[in-house]
Design a protein around this ligand. Structure first.
Ligand code: HEC
Ligand code: HEC
Length: 549
């Protein structure tokens, strides 16, 4: 600990000892902590800042001494370096921000502040002793294959699912130590890991466990070799360390017939189309907000032939909710709009984060049957999973696009909506989220399937249709996507969405690079021949008796 850190700690202790002098004492954790961190982590470091009730996961309660990302054994405190790294880099896909702009001295001051809130750090018996992570051997396919067996044998699929999409049978019922629902990580998306995407990070995670969560430590049960095999298997699930978000879907030309009657064959037609991965965020602009949407990304492929255009849309979902119903215009009661995430009132462990809120939610519970934001393992949701594609109703002539939330009066949108309980596509005309009208006519067809934590939906329409854009070659068309997770009671305006993206219908004949080269060579040849002929012609009359030099 730095001298400055000790000073902060001493001042904090002194403040506790002499409450009479409170007015002139520095606040707990020091001024920098109060300025940058207290709105989430609370003035007293108890995780109860003003923003806390709306955050999922909740800001850490520093008084518990439980930290997720550590180089120390399960249950132990983190090292100062662990804390420094978290403060510098933040925790991806949570509201814990990175603070790269702070000086080393400021970071040390904050480390001391965090530690000051738990007496455990002052306990010599609890002094954190880091584990050593051996140097990673080179990645190999063979090792990844063996890792798949380790993964299944040791029980990771119970929470993370058969191929890591976060859809294990236990996943919907998982809670953290404070009683809040916690998602088993989607292991195929390394960029969402709280503790970093590298092979060393993964090794560390399952060796030390994630304190305060159901993610156990597997320190005893695996040899070092097995550990790296397991790491390699997880890395093999998706090679990407960062998501590589796209802005555009390239619609691939095909001469094949697009027939949804044979979905597997139809899916094969997309094999050569480029996949575009778009970020999905919660709709928080209008009432019916989704502060914690289930989906964080959607993958889109598209193809067209002389008659039709078709989309293959896939995303990960913890379970398929197909018993209820859904629609883009279902109302969301204003009470749900607070965005507060409650622990299960029935859960004893949930009392810590303010009793008040839990009781408040318990009374709201009588209205909604089921508390917000919790997917219960056994219970079926009243709402089903759903998907919508959104296009402008007519192609915009300028840069102006319809309002991204289901359009506006001047610029309506065309919604292709699929309730995954019914698996049929319907179309809505949208002139704003309070002005959606069901369109007649069955001109969009869809097939959908759910497998191992992934929804896969194909939608098809003819290139031209009444009440929608006409798709033509070499054309840019704005497109946006909405996803609803029934388990999280997402419906209507409460949903995950992308902003406006673009479709680009690729030219029919993708010219091979050889052809322009051949053509250029051919032109050169023709020009040369003409030149020779011309020179000969000119030469002939000038020197009819021959030309020797
Ligand atoms: C906007 C809200 C917000 C602010 C501001 C914020 N944090 Fe956090 N912080 C969080 C959340 C949420 C988590 C929990 C993430 C999780 O559990 O995955 C967290 C977790 C942490 C952790 C725990 C790491 C672990 O391994 O468990 C530390 C340490 C931390 N924050 C320090 C700070 C410090 C220091 C500041 C101020 C410089 C700060 N935070 C500011 C929201 C915030
Ligand atoms: C009892 C359920 C459970 C089991 C079993 C389980 N995990 Fe987890 N795991 C979780 C939860 C919950 C999280 C999310 C923790 C969080 O968000 O803070 C998680 C997170 C992770 C992460 C991401 C950590 C990060 O930095 O965000 C990895 C990697 C991981 N688990 C790997 C494994 C592996 C490998 C196994 C088997 C050896 C395994 N898990 C077994 C529940 C489980």
């Amino acid at each position: 600990m730095s001298a400055r850190g000790v000073l902060v700690l001493l001042t904090v202790l002194a403040a506790g000892a002499a409450p009479a002098a409170a007015q002139t004492e520095p606040p707990p954790g020091g001024a920098l902590y109060q300025k940058l961190c207290s709105q989430c982590h609370g003035e007293k470091g108890d995780g109860n800042g003003i923003a806390a009730p709306r955050l999922m996961p909740r800001p850490r309660d520093f008084t518990t001494g439980k930290f997720k990302i550590r180089h120390t054994p399960s249950g132990a405190l983190p090292t100062d370096d662990d804390l420094r790294k978290i403060i510098r880099e933040g925790m991806p896909y949570t509201s814990m921000p990175p603070w790269p702009q702070l000086s080393d001295q400021q970071v040390d001051e904050l480390v001391a502040a965090v530690k000051s809130f738990s007496p455990d750090f002052a306990n010599p018996e609890r002094k954190p002793v880091p584990i050593t992570i051996p140097k990673a051997p080179a990645y190999s396919e063979e090792s990844a294959k063996k890792g798949k067996e380790v993964y299944a044998r040791i029980g990771c699929p119970a929470c993370h699912g058969e191929i890591g999409r976060g859809d294990g049978p236990s996943a919907p019922g998982l809670k953290d130590d404070a009683g809040y629902f916690i998602r088993a990580a989607d292991l195929t998306k390394r960029w969402t890991y709280r503790g970093g995407p590298t092979r060393e990070d993964i090794y560390r995670t399952f060796t030390t466990g994630v304190n305060g969560t159901p993610m156990p430590s597997f320190a005893e049960s695996l040899t070092d070799e097995e550990r790296w095999q397991l790491v390699d298997y997880i890395v093999s699930l998706d090679g990407r360390e960062d998501p590589g978000y796209a802005e555009l879907v390239q619609v691939q030309w095909t001469t094949d017939d697009i027939a949804l009657e044979a979905p597997d064959k139809a899916r094969e037609l997309f094999a050569s189309a480029a996949a575009a991965y778009f970020p999905v965020v919660g709709q928080i602009t209008e009432p019916g907000r989704a502060f914690h949407p289930s989906a964080n990304g959607v993958t889109v492929k598209a193809i067209y032939n002389a008659r039709d255009i078709a989309f293959l849309v896939t995303w990960h979902d913890m379970r398929a909710d197909v018993s209820g119903h859904n629609a883009p215009d279902l109302p969301v009661p204003p009470e749900e709009d607070k965005g507060e995430v409650a622990a299960d009132p029935a859960d004893e462990g949930g009392g810590f984060f303010g009793e008040e809120e839990v009781t408040e939610e318990a009374s709201a519970d009588d209205f909604f049957g089921e508390e917000e934001g919790t997917a219960d393992a056994g219970t079926e949701s009243e709402f089903s999973d759903a998907l919508a594609l959104q296009f402008p109703a007519t192609l915009p002539t300028g840069a102006r696009k319809p309002y991204f939330l289901f359009g506006d009066a001047q610029n309506p949108v065309d919604l292709w909506f699929v309730d995954l309980a019914k698996k049929v596509a319907t179309r809505y005309k949208g002139a704003g989220s309070d002005s959606l009208t069901l369109e007649e006519g069955e001109d969009v067809t869809a097939v959908a399937s759910y497998d191992k934590g992934e929804w896969s939906v194909i939608l098809k329409r003819s290139l031209r249709a009444t009440g929608g854009v006409t798709f033509a070659e070499s054309q840019y068309v704005p497109v946006a996507f909405s996803l609803w997770d029934g388990a999280q009671r997402e419906r209507g305006n409460k949903r995950g969405l992308t902003r406006w993206m673009y479709l680009y219908t690729m030219p029919r004949e993708t010219p091979s690079p050889l052809w322009p080269m051949l053509r250029a060579a051919f032109i050169v040849l023709v020009v040369e021949i003409l030149l020779i002929v011309w020179v000969r012609r000119r030469q002939t009359p000038v020197s009819p008796v021959g030309q020797e030099g």
